[in-house]
Design a protein around this ligand. Structure first.
Ligand code: ADP
Ligand code: ZN
Ligand code: ZN
Length: 728
């Protein structure tokens, strides 16, 4: 009797045995989907193993109901990759295998390209004189157009016109399969008008040395140093061999400008995977990549799971960006997994950034990665002049000091643009009762609500819950409620008052939440002329603003005094990225940073010596304090609604570890309340594990995860394992 071991998309490390009915024995295989009875319902699962014995008696086993695929959905290499990825993050294989599929495949749709329906002339229609259709001009026009072989724009003709011609047997609907693209036969690359500089040529030459084997490159170059040009040249070498390329970009990095540049360069089929895509389009892209019809895939972290017929290179742009790490469910890091995938596919991978993560820099330093540097700005643009502005004792208007306001005036007077960076959206981070000090707090998170004046609401920035603004203080009845502090909304209002007649664009999550809004703002800015941009860190991501000559960092002190050891790294990255926006394209720029702590060593090293010096020093500190990347961490999260089971579960985990893995190199910290102790009604706890050897942690986790799944508390808590956490 043949037994299929099947995984289901559930959060358990369990594999289920099913009997393979005789009719399926010849066609069933690993990596194919099956429909199976599961509890009282039918579920879709994936076959992970076929064998002849089960630990259960055969009369206890159920049979597979349906086989959904005749071929495996995953190539051998993709399969190996996903299994290793599930192992590394100790996440159930079923969830991982399903995660890698488009939703329609998870739901059981066939894995074949859907045919599309098109209208075509019947024999009668080809010879029929369209002038005889005297009753309808539209019908005449459509038939004439089709007879002349012209392109039909569906928006010109309503479906009833088509139906009318169909009723007259002049046209008919036929199914066509999508055409296969043989794109590699005639690639045309539109070469740039400029000469590549020596560093770019050197970077390209190094990458081309290892096009047929695994190699990791760190391409480190300041904003505007020509990294994208290096990607494009390397991509060209790969697609000219007929191989495909995957380009991963951060969540908000999908700028129309970058995509346009890729599309202008090559005449090959390209697909951009983004969150607004329809499920049908996503499935089509998945299938087309798998059969090799798409040459270049650009997408955010989940694009990593795209199947390819022949992948030749992976590029991770802005590799330091934290949006590559998924923060819930399966907490994988797309950059790290991209490296694993490149290794299994035996191909090169290029990690690009102006501000590489300390992990990546450390790997480059220890020669595990090839380090390619672009130190000069391409073309003639010069680096901006940077100044620290001490605001102690100064009068501030929505955070702006008089000297900064004067600078803004000066730059605007020269017809230039100004960008102000403030990483806090909304009007004010607090609404407080002037008479008794009551603070409006989200009851689900115990954190202050942010006051959003434009929407006339309070919004919790931790759980997104909106609230009406109270008329009165619930504690003392006073109607004197005042906003304290300032966010981007208030800054925008203040700028409108200070600089009447100057257009101000605010770019943050609130203002660009509607589709197309960001493009609209970017267009206005790119028209040039005097303009002020206000924004959060979205501004730091890959947008080019050639007319911006002044960047003002309104408030940095929050980042400098955080309890998270990674906060300074994040700040240094954002600062460098934002200040890199100033003065591109032959306009020398200026950066002004307002702070109460002008003597702060981090600010000084960043401003006077730059990000590489900052990174070097921070790596020394991390080494001395034994923090990542010089040790490895795993965070076990647990959350519940009554604040009991979660700490109990973690307490048991800590005790179990002390009993089973008495290792002086294993450090346990906690159980502690998470930094954000309560979120959306859940009390959050965590236990940190740290070890000098990654492999030791991996071994103990194998056992630990199975142990936790058996704990009674596990049923009443939301728990998860976070390997290589980046927060907390
Ligand atoms: P990055 O990706 O590092 O920000 P880009 O590749 O986007 O840099 O280059 C910045 C700008 O400089 C682009 O407009 C690009 O076309 C241009 N550029 C790139 N390389 C050169 C070069 N060697 N000479 C002149 N201009 C260049
Ligand atoms: Zn009050
Ligand atoms: Zn909340």
């Amino acid at each position: 009797m043949l037994i299929a071991k099947v995984v289901l998309p559930i959060r358990l490390h369990q594999i289920f045995d099913y009997i393979v009915p005789d009719v399926l024995v010849k066609t069933i295989g690993i990596g194919q989907r099956v429909q199976v009875p599961f509890g009282r319902r039918q579920a879709i699962g994936i076959v992970v193993e076929l064998c002849h014995n089960s630990q259960f008696a055969s009369d206890k086993l159920k049979s597979i109901h349906l086989l959904l695929d005749e071929q495996p959905l995953y190539s051998a290499k993709l399969w190996q990759f996903l299994k290793r990825a599930a192992d590394y993050y100790h996440y159930p294989l079923g969830e991982v295998l399903f995660h890698a599929l488009p939703i329609l495949l998870r739901q059981g749709r066939p894995a074949t390209l859907a045919e599309t329906w098109v209208w075509q002339l019947t024999q009668k229609g080809t010879i029929f004189d369209y002038r005889n259709l005297t009753r309808s001009h539209k019908q005449q026009a459509l038939l004439k157009l089709m007879q002349s072989g012209g392109k039909i724009d569906n928006s010109d003709f309503s479906p009833t016109i088509f139906k009318a011609l169909q009723a007259k047997k002049l046209i008919e609907k036929v199914a066509v399969l999508p055409v296969r693209h043989h794109w590699h036969m005639d690639i045309v690359a539109q070469q740039p008008a400029f000469q590549l500089n020596a560093q770019q040529l050197n970077a390209i030459a190094s990458i081309e040395q290892h096009l047929t084997q695994f190699a990791v490159y760190l391409l480190e170059g300041v904003t505007g140093s020509g990294k994208t040009e290096v990607y494009l040249q390397s991509i060209q070498s790969v697609i000219c061999k007929g191989q495909q390329v995957l380009v991963l970009v951060p969540e908000i990095g999908l700028t129309p400008q970058t995509i346009k540049r890729f599309k202008q360069r090559f005449n090959v089929p390209m697909v951009v995977l983004h969150s607004a895509m329809s499920e049908k389009a996503r499935l089509a892209a998945w299938l087309q990549c798998r059969c090799g019809d798409i040459a270049i895939v650009i997408g955010t972290r989940s694009a990593l799971f795209t199947p390819f017929r022949d992948l030749g290179m992976i590029i991770v742009d802005e590799e330091h960006d934290t949006s590559f790490k998924q923060q819930e469910g399966w907490r994988y890091h797309a950059r790290d997994l991209a490296i694993l995938r490149a290794k299994i596919e035996n191909i090169p991978i290029v990690l690009g950034s102006a501000t590489p993560s300390l992990e990546t820099l450390n790997n480059a330093e220890s020669k595990r990665y090839h380090h390619l540097l672009l130190t000069e700005r391409a073309g003639e643009a010069e680096l901006a002049k940077q100044t620290i502005l001490d605001i102690k004792g100064l009068v501030l208007a929505a955070g702006l000091s008089q000297p900064l306001i004067a600078k803004i005036n000066q730059h605007l007077a020269n017809d230039n643009q100004v960008m102000l960076f403030l990483n806090r959206r909304g009007f004010a981070p607090l609404l407080i009762c002037h008479d008794c000090g009551w603070i409006a707090e989200c009851p689900r998170c115990d954190k202050p609500f942010t006051y959003h004046q434009n929407q006339n609401k309070l919004i919790c920035h931790y759980c997104d819950t909106p609230r009406a603004i109270p008329d009165q203080c619930p504690k003392c009845g006073s109607t004197h409620l005042v906003p304290i502090g300032f966010g981007t909304e208030q800054l925008e209002k203040q700028l409108n008052i200070l600089f009447p007649g100057i257009p101000v664009s605010r770019i943050d999550r609130d203002s660009i939440s509607k589709k197309g809004c960001l493009d609209h703002y970017l267009q206005a800015i790119h028209q040039g002329g005097r303009h002020i941009l206000v924004g959060t860190q979205i501004l730091a991501k890959g947008h080019h603003f050639p007319d911006v000559t002044l960047v003002g960092i309104v408030d940095v002190d929050g980042a400098l005094f955080s309890s998270d050891f990674r906060a300074t790294e994040r700040f240094a990255q954002i600062y460098t990225q934002v200040s890199g926006r100033a003065g591109r394209e032959n306009k020398t720029g200026e950066v002004i940073l307002q702070t109460y702590h002008p003597e702060h060593p981090l600010l000084n090293i960043l401003l006077h010596e730059g990000y590489p010096a900052f990174a070097k020093q921070t790596l020394v500190e991390r080494k001395n304090t034994f923090l990542p990347p010089f040790s490895y961490q795993v965070l076990i999260h647990a959350a519940d609604r009554n604040n009991q089971y979660a700490p109990q579960l973690l307490q048991k985990v800590a005790m179990w570890l002390n009993d089973h893995y008495p290792d002086p190199d294993l450090w346990l910290l906690g159980p502690n309340q998470a930094n954000q102790a309560k979120k959306a009604g859940y009390f959050r706890w965590q236990l940190l594990l740290q070890h000098s050897q990654r492999s030791k942690l991996q071994i103990l986790l194998n056992e630990l995860v199975l142990m936790i799944e058996q704990l009674p508390e596990a049923k009443n808590t939301r728990w998860s394992i976070d390997v290589d956490p980046i927060e907390g």
